[in-house]
Design a protein around this ligand. Sequence first.
Ligand code: MG
Length: 324
Amino acid sequence: MRGATLFSYSIPLESGTVLRDRRVKARNGLLVRLTESHREGWGEIAPLPGFSAETQSEAQFAAAGWLESWCQGEQPAESQLPSVAFGLSCALAELAGELPSAGNYDSAMLCTGDPDELFNRLHEQTRPVAKMKVGRYEPVRDGMMVNLLLEALPDLTLRLDANRQWSLEKALQFARFVSIELRPRIAFLEEPCRTPQESREFARQTRIALAWDESVREENYRPVAEPFLRTIVIKPMLTGSLTRIRALLAQAEQAGISAVISSSVESSLGLTQLARIAAWLTPSSLPGLDTLGLMQHQLERSWPGCSLALIPAGELEAVWQRWS
Ligand SMILES: [Mg+2]
């Protein structure tokens, strides 16, 4: 007998959290629990406003329809909505014992706010890797900051992300402030320019390695080798099922491009699953999952070493349920 529950959650975010130029006060989403023959599988379905095409109510409607069929013993096709396909595929993988329990809980450290605090945290790491958002302020400021960090911490590797904010000219202004000899320690710069074509030109002129993030989610994207492209960033919540993610990873590997599993600001339940997916499918690359610090509490499963309060799913509102 099969049963399923959808829980809805709303986790307050630290004040001042900004996602794609919007201040966001809470992260909302759904948890799904599947049960079958005394086994359980969990998943998270959390469209990210400003990034996902689907809304939470669309996701809930699609998930409920899928679950209704599944509970009746059918094997419904994957949802067309990436968040729904991803969350349900995780729950199914847990139920089938396919998602290994070991996780990669080391993550590229997200630089937010206070540079002194960042400095202290990076100093504690033996091979520090940090991720910094650029493109929000003046390119000159970003360039000086990057140069300063790389100079001050000789072991530091930086991942940068401009979210397609710069014109080619602004991107080049940024690079002018980063010494040529420090540039190889920029592991990659995600989507520096408004268009991939400008980003390619930027990389050609500056020799700074590129990563595609937004491009990966464009229709019909296929990883292919290109000059200066080092990495693709995969945000499973915005991409789709584990099957879809494994196909992308296989194509990337064939093309000689590395891949980084990255957060879409999931709850601790979703983040620990991403850490497990990273350990399983991208074992040689450090995931980008350092987003729990934006949240005021954890959900159902805790991230190792995280001291935020843990709220069990039982305290959440069940918005849809079928008993087994
Ligand atoms: Mg990005």
